[in-house]
Design a protein around this ligand. Structure first.
Ligand code: APR
Length: 228
């Protein structure tokens, strides 16, 4: 049984990390075009570094919640389980999960300004101006809006092998990530755990929507799958 779990900001909401598009979400407090676009990085890189330093501080003080741990339990019961996340936090890793593809980067790493996948660890504040061993300016390892998503082809390939796809806590607003559901086989069962109303599009006829918070809905679903 191949299970693929696709997560968004909602899986980490109960760990205290804000989502982006909910009321009071991060994009209510900051303008995407100031801190998270390719142009922002060219125009005011110091502001981008400052914004992601704050995200890193938040991440490092947050703890995985019951949803992250339930996904680890799922992986223990179904060892082929793979996780695809839009999140830049490391809470899946700290909950003990593995086989994780981060589509939008990782806050605990910085990357070369030349090679988008050449990273170095960063567990504190980034000092703007520091350089990668290749000589280029280090930048947060974040896929900004307007940039390519290097691991998307890999994520599509993984989704295409799913017998079960579990989607947790994403509004399905951001592409190409949101189109991942299209790559699941027609025969795959799709569960969505989200207390809100993600943009299902034509998938609304096909998904089983568990309209609960991740910390409640994911452990229940995992228990059900482990018993079946
Ligand atoms: N449990 C589960 N889901 C929740 C919870 C919760 N406790 N709280 C909120 N949610 C849901 C919301 O209902 C919403 O559908 O999480 C989703 C959050 O949506 P977004 O804020 O749009 O986050 P996400 O879909 O992950 O954003 C995608 O946008 O700006 C970017 O790069 C950033 O990776 C991010 C991408």
């Amino acid at each position: 049984m191949k299970i693929v779990v696709f997560t968004g900001a909602g899986v980490s909401a109960e760990s205290g990390l804000g989502t982006f598009r909910d009321a009071d979400g991060l994009w209510e407090k900051y303008r995407v075009e100031d801190v998270c676009t390719h142009e922002a990085w060219l125009r005011n890189p110091e502001l981008c570094v400052e914004f992601y330093n704050a995200r890193r501080r938040d991440t490092l003080t947050a703890q995985p919640n019951a949803a992250h741990f339930a996904i680890t339990k799922l992986q223990e019961n179904f060892p082929d389980t793979e996780i695809i996340t839009q999140n830049i936090d490391d809470l899946h890793e700290r909950a003990g999960s593995h086989n994780i593809t981060h589509l939008h980067g990782e806050i605990t790493k910085l990357r070369s300004n030349i090679d988008e996948t050449d990273t170095v660890p960063c567990m504190g504040d980034q000092h703007y101006g520091d350089r990668h061993p290749d000589g280029s300016l280090l930048r947060p390892y974040i896929v900004f809006f307007g940039e390519g998503v290097p691991y998307f082809p890999r994520a599509c390939q993984i989704a295409s092998t799913a017998d079960i796809l579990i989607v947790v806590g994403t509004s399905l607003n951001v592409y190409p990530a949101a189109s991942l559901l299209e790559y699941a086989p027609d025969t795959a069962k799709i569960y969505v755990v989200d207390p809100g109303k993600p943009e299902f599009g034509h998938f609304r006829y096909r998904v089983e929507h568990i309209q609960k918070k991740a910390s409640e809905g994911v452990p229940e679903l995992v228990d059900m799958l482990c018993k079946s």
